[in-house]
Design a protein around this ligand. Sequence first.
Ligand code: S3P
Length: 173
Amino acid sequence: MTPARHVVLVGPMGAGKSRVGALLADRLGLPFVDADDALEAACGRSIAALFAGEGEAVFRDRESLVLRDLLLAPPAVIASGGGVVLRPDNRAVLRAHATVVHLQADVATQLQRLADCRQRPLLQAPDREQRLRQLAEQRDPLYAQVRDLAIQTGGRMPKQVCDALLAALGAPQ
Ligand code: S3P
Protein backbone atom coordinates (compact mmCIF):
# COMPACT_ATOMS: atom_id res chain seq x y z
CA MET A 1 0.00 0.00 0.00
CA THR A 2 1.38 3.40 -0.95
CA PRO A 3 -0.81 6.03 0.66
CA ALA A 4 -2.00 8.86 -1.58
CA ARG A 5 -1.54 11.30 1.28
CA HIS A 6 1.36 12.26 3.45
CA VAL A 7 1.69 10.50 6.75
CA VAL A 8 2.79 13.05 9.35
CA LEU A 9 3.98 11.95 12.77
CA VAL A 10 3.25 14.41 15.55
CA GLY A 11 3.94 14.14 19.26
CA PRO A 12 6.29 15.30 21.96
CA MET A 13 10.07 15.24 21.98
CA GLY A 14 11.30 11.72 22.60
CA ALA A 15 8.18 10.01 21.24
CA GLY A 16 10.29 8.44 18.48
CA LYS A 17 8.92 10.37 15.51
CA SER A 18 12.18 10.25 13.55
CA ARG A 19 13.06 6.63 14.23
CA VAL A 20 9.54 5.30 13.71
CA GLY A 21 9.06 7.58 10.70
CA ALA A 22 12.13 6.21 8.91
CA LEU A 23 10.97 2.62 9.46
CA LEU A 24 7.42 3.41 8.43
CA ALA A 25 8.53 5.15 5.23
CA ASP A 26 10.63 2.17 4.30
CA ARG A 27 7.72 -0.21 4.81
CA LEU A 28 5.26 2.04 2.93
CA GLY A 29 7.69 2.69 0.05
CA LEU A 30 7.56 6.43 0.64
CA PRO A 31 10.35 8.95 1.12
CA PHE A 32 11.09 9.95 4.70
CA VAL A 33 11.63 13.56 5.70
CA ASP A 34 12.55 14.84 9.14
CA ALA A 35 11.05 18.33 9.24
CA ASP A 36 13.65 19.57 11.76
CA ASP A 37 16.46 18.46 9.42
CA ALA A 38 14.69 20.10 6.47
CA LEU A 39 14.40 23.33 8.47
CA GLU A 40 18.08 23.29 9.41
CA ALA A 41 19.07 22.64 5.78
CA ALA A 42 16.79 25.44 4.56
CA CYS A 43 18.14 28.07 6.94
CA GLY A 44 21.73 26.84 7.10
CA ARG A 45 21.92 26.74 10.88
CA SER A 46 20.97 24.46 13.70
CA ILE A 47 17.66 24.80 15.52
CA ALA A 48 19.62 25.59 18.68
CA ALA A 49 21.43 28.45 16.89
CA LEU A 50 18.18 29.74 15.42
CA PHE A 51 16.46 29.75 18.81
CA ALA A 52 19.47 31.40 20.46
CA GLY A 53 19.99 34.01 17.75
CA GLU A 54 16.48 34.92 16.67
CA GLY A 55 14.14 33.44 19.23
CA GLU A 56 11.35 30.93 19.21
CA ALA A 57 8.90 33.04 17.16
CA VAL A 58 11.29 33.14 14.19
CA PHE A 59 11.84 29.40 14.54
CA ARG A 60 8.06 28.87 14.48
CA ASP A 61 7.76 31.01 11.31
CA ARG A 62 10.38 28.86 9.62
CA GLU A 63 8.74 25.69 10.89
CA SER A 64 5.41 26.73 9.34
CA LEU A 65 7.06 27.49 5.98
CA VAL A 66 8.88 24.15 5.94
CA LEU A 67 5.66 22.31 6.79
CA ARG A 68 3.83 23.94 3.89
CA ASP A 69 6.65 23.14 1.47
CA LEU A 70 6.76 19.51 2.57
CA LEU A 71 3.00 19.12 2.26
CA LEU A 72 3.11 20.54 -1.28
CA ALA A 73 5.64 17.89 -2.35
CA PRO A 74 4.68 14.32 -3.35
CA PRO A 75 3.50 12.06 -0.50
CA ALA A 76 6.09 11.24 2.15
CA VAL A 77 6.32 10.16 5.75
CA ILE A 78 7.15 13.33 7.67
CA ALA A 79 8.44 13.48 11.24
CA SER A 80 7.40 16.88 12.51
CA GLY A 81 8.83 18.89 15.40
CA GLY A 82 6.99 18.54 18.69
CA GLY A 83 5.64 22.09 18.62
CA VAL A 84 4.25 22.09 15.08
CA VAL A 85 0.70 21.88 16.40
CA LEU A 86 0.97 25.17 18.30
CA ARG A 87 -0.14 27.34 15.38
CA PRO A 88 -3.76 27.04 14.23
CA ASP A 89 -2.72 27.40 10.57
CA ASN A 90 -0.37 24.44 10.90
CA ARG A 91 -3.15 22.37 12.43
CA ALA A 92 -5.42 23.30 9.52
CA VAL A 93 -2.93 22.30 6.81
CA LEU A 94 -2.12 19.07 8.61
CA ARG A 95 -5.78 18.12 8.75
CA ALA A 96 -6.27 19.07 5.10
CA HIS A 97 -3.24 17.36 3.59
CA ALA A 98 -2.11 14.45 5.74
CA THR A 99 -2.96 11.37 7.66
CA VAL A 100 -1.75 12.46 11.08
CA VAL A 101 -0.37 9.95 13.55
CA HIS A 102 0.11 10.99 17.16
CA LEU A 103 3.02 9.17 18.78
CA GLN A 104 2.44 9.42 22.51
CA ALA A 105 5.07 9.14 25.25
CA ASP A 106 4.66 9.67 28.97
CA VAL A 107 7.03 12.05 30.70
CA ALA A 108 9.05 9.27 32.35
CA THR A 109 9.68 7.73 28.93
CA GLN A 110 10.64 11.11 27.48
CA LEU A 111 13.07 11.81 30.31
CA GLN A 112 14.73 8.47 29.79
CA ARG A 113 15.00 8.75 26.01
CA LEU A 114 16.19 12.37 26.11
CA ALA A 115 18.63 11.93 29.01
CA ASP A 116 21.69 12.52 26.81
CA CYS A 117 20.14 15.26 24.69
CA ARG A 118 21.82 18.64 25.11
CA GLN A 119 20.69 20.31 21.88
CA ARG A 120 16.94 20.81 22.18
CA PRO A 121 16.35 24.42 23.26
CA LEU A 122 13.14 23.67 25.13
CA LEU A 123 14.95 21.13 27.30
CA GLN A 124 17.38 23.77 28.58
CA ALA A 125 15.40 24.06 31.80
CA PRO A 126 16.47 23.56 35.41
CA ASP A 127 13.66 21.07 35.89
CA ARG A 128 13.18 19.01 32.73
CA GLU A 129 10.36 16.98 34.17
CA GLN A 130 8.35 20.07 34.99
CA ARG A 131 9.04 21.53 31.53
CA LEU A 132 7.89 18.35 29.80
CA ARG A 133 4.73 18.25 31.95
CA GLN A 134 3.94 21.87 31.06
CA LEU A 135 4.45 21.17 27.36
CA ALA A 136 2.23 18.09 27.54
CA GLU A 137 -0.54 20.00 29.29
CA GLN A 138 -0.45 22.69 26.64
CA ARG A 139 -0.03 20.46 23.61
CA ASP A 140 -1.87 17.20 24.25
CA PRO A 141 -5.24 18.78 23.39
CA LEU A 142 -3.70 20.18 20.19
CA TYR A 143 -2.34 16.81 19.09
CA ALA A 144 -5.82 15.42 19.72
CA GLN A 145 -7.30 18.04 17.37
CA VAL A 146 -5.18 17.00 14.38
CA ARG A 147 -4.67 13.28 14.74
CA ASP A 148 -6.29 10.50 12.79
CA LEU A 149 -4.86 7.91 15.12
CA ALA A 150 -2.76 7.72 18.25
CA ILE A 151 -0.34 5.13 19.54
CA GLN A 152 1.54 4.79 22.82
CA THR A 153 5.28 4.33 22.34
CA GLY A 154 6.36 3.85 25.97
CA GLY A 155 7.94 0.44 26.52
CA ARG A 156 7.89 -0.34 22.81
CA MET A 157 10.75 -0.52 20.34
CA PRO A 158 10.43 1.60 17.16
CA LYS A 159 9.81 -1.53 15.07
CA GLN A 160 6.92 -2.58 17.32
CA VAL A 161 5.40 0.88 17.02
CA CYS A 162 5.87 0.74 13.26
CA ASP A 163 4.18 -2.67 13.00
CA ALA A 164 1.24 -1.47 15.08
CA LEU A 165 0.93 1.60 12.88
CA LEU A 166 0.98 -0.42 9.68
CA ALA A 167 -1.83 -2.54 11.06
CA ALA A 168 -3.82 0.54 12.07
CA LEU A 169 -3.28 2.11 8.65
CA GLY A 170 -4.50 -1.07 6.97
CA ALA A 171 -1.16 -1.71 5.25
CA PRO A 172 0.04 -5.25 4.48
CA GLN A 173 2.50 -6.47 7.16
C1 S3P B 1 10.43 21.27 19.60
C2 S3P B 1 10.76 20.00 19.28
C3 S3P B 1 11.93 19.66 18.45
C4 S3P B 1 12.34 20.86 17.58
C5 S3P B 1 12.50 22.08 18.41
C6 S3P B 1 11.20 22.46 19.14
C7 S3P B 1 9.22 21.50 20.43
O1 S3P B 1 11.65 18.56 17.61
O2 S3P B 1 11.40 21.08 16.56
O3 S3P B 1 13.54 21.87 19.32
O4 S3P B 1 8.69 22.63 20.40
O5 S3P B 1 8.76 20.54 21.08
P1 S3P B 1 11.46 17.04 18.14
O6 S3P B 1 10.05 16.91 18.61
O7 S3P B 1 11.77 16.23 16.95
O8 S3P B 1 12.44 16.85 19.25
